[in-house]
Design a protein around this ligand. Sequence first.
Ligand code: SIN
Length: 277
Amino acid sequence: MPLTVHRLSPALGAEVAGVDAGTADAATFDAIRKEWLASDGVLVLRNQSLTPEQHIAFSRRFGQLETHVLATYLLPGFPEIYRVSNKTEGGKPMGRARAGTYWHSDLSYMQKPAMVSLLYGIEIPPIGGDTMFCNMYAAYDALSPTMKTMIGGLRAVHDLAFAARGVFANERPAVERAPAAEHPVVRTHPETGRKALFVNPGFTSHIVGLAPAESAALLGLLFQHATQPEFIYRHRWLLHDLVMWDNRCTMHYAIADYEGIGERYMHRTTVLGDEAR
Ligand code: SIN
């Protein structure tokens, strides 16, 4: 069955209507995966009705699932599901509040960073709580040939402890156990063969072999370049969206602008990828 697909923005992103991730057969899954790759990294499945078991089973079709280092936020009985929420129950958080409120690519601090993350919107505030995505293929493509040559052989360190200085300050003991990883600044996507920038403000601490000021200046330039509005799709969540993003060619940023407006509760699975090359 051919899928009905609409582009969501000129920069990246597409939506598919009329598929049920919970019961998709092998041919439908292959078609979804093809559209996900063609979308430049963000595919939205609308109106899903997923139990945790179905969410996990659908995600496993992409590959091996990760168990998030911040164990407090895992769904009890389902360690594959990381909860993102501003809700509390009995005084305890129901998920990580303000998760991902900075540009990042999931698990880039790991030796094998995430391939795809699948976030399922179970409760959505009436306004706010959008997620922005940026197209790191387009960001790379738009660099000058000289800059491409300059950064082509560089490597950068990605470190969760670096993030612990800021957004993870309350989780220091857990995040400081995670070892840092080194990746190329420009990676080649293993499925599309396209080149993408692979540094992010959340987790990239420095570029190997540069003086601290040189590294900070070059990273600052690349971050500013990559997050230009022309490379961004801003996702306005609808109830029961399942959004799948490719961490190998996108960054994302969750906008924390809904405190006092409404409740947001989401389940995320994350599939491990290959070493970046
Ligand atoms: C995340 O970075 O996984 C959170 C994204 C979101 O809550 O929109």
